[in-house]
Design a protein around this ligand. Structure first.
Ligand SMILES: N=c1c2ncn([C@@H]3O[C@H](COP(=O)(O)OP(=O)(O)OP(=O)(O)O)[C@@H](O)[C@H]3O)c2ncn1[C@@H]1O[C@H](COP(=O)(O)O)[C@@H](O)[C@H]1O
Length: 128
């Protein structure tokens, strides 16, 4: 059998592999907060990892403002990691996010927004 080594395939595999590891860190799976950062975060509950998402997003904004490519990549990795921890807590998989991005592929954000029923766009009142 030929192995698919395309960049898209291997990126998805890394996310899936990492999600597999994170699932072993949940309290239900017996994750040990003494030996695992993820287990410690998951044991502390949503307030802990959602706070980290806010912090990492802010660090990414600062890195991007400074325009240093290595820091932008590193902070994005931190942000993605904490997003994966969040998905794990809620029993979700990165494949679901990738499927949603795939579903949106080729659909302009402008077209998608214009096609939304007005009542579904609950945020429009807050945006320019
Ligand atoms: N990809 C990551 C990853 N990215 C970032 N981090 C951690 O996220 C933390 C947050 O970074 P910060 O810069 O905010 O550090 P900090 O100020 O010390 O954080 P706080 O103590 O304040 O929360 C750091 O401890 C990083 O090491 C990660 N920790 C783990 N992983 C992956 O998850 C796997 C499981 O990790 P453990 O559960 O720790 O075994 C690892 O093998 C890796 O593949």
């Amino acid at each position: 059998m030929t192995q698919d080594t395309s960049p898209e395939r291997s990126s998805a595999t890394i996310l899936a592999r990492l999600a597999d590891v994170l699932e072993t860190r949940t309290p239900a799976a017996g994750g040990d907060p003494q030996s695992s950062y993820t287990a410690k975060l998951l044991a502390r509950g949503p307030d802990a990892f959602l706070k980290k998402i806010g912090e990492e997003a802010t660090e990414l904004v600062m890195a991007a403002k400074d325009g240093v490519p290595e820091r932008i990549v590193s902070e994005t990795a931190d942000l993605w990691f904490h997003c994966l921890v969040t998905l794990t807590h809620y029993g979700l998989r990165p494949e679901a996010v990738l499927a949603e991005l795939a579903r949106r592929e080729g659909l302009s954000g402008l077209e998608e927004k214009a096609a939304r029923p007005p009542e579904n766009d609950t945020t429009s009142a807050h945006k320019a």
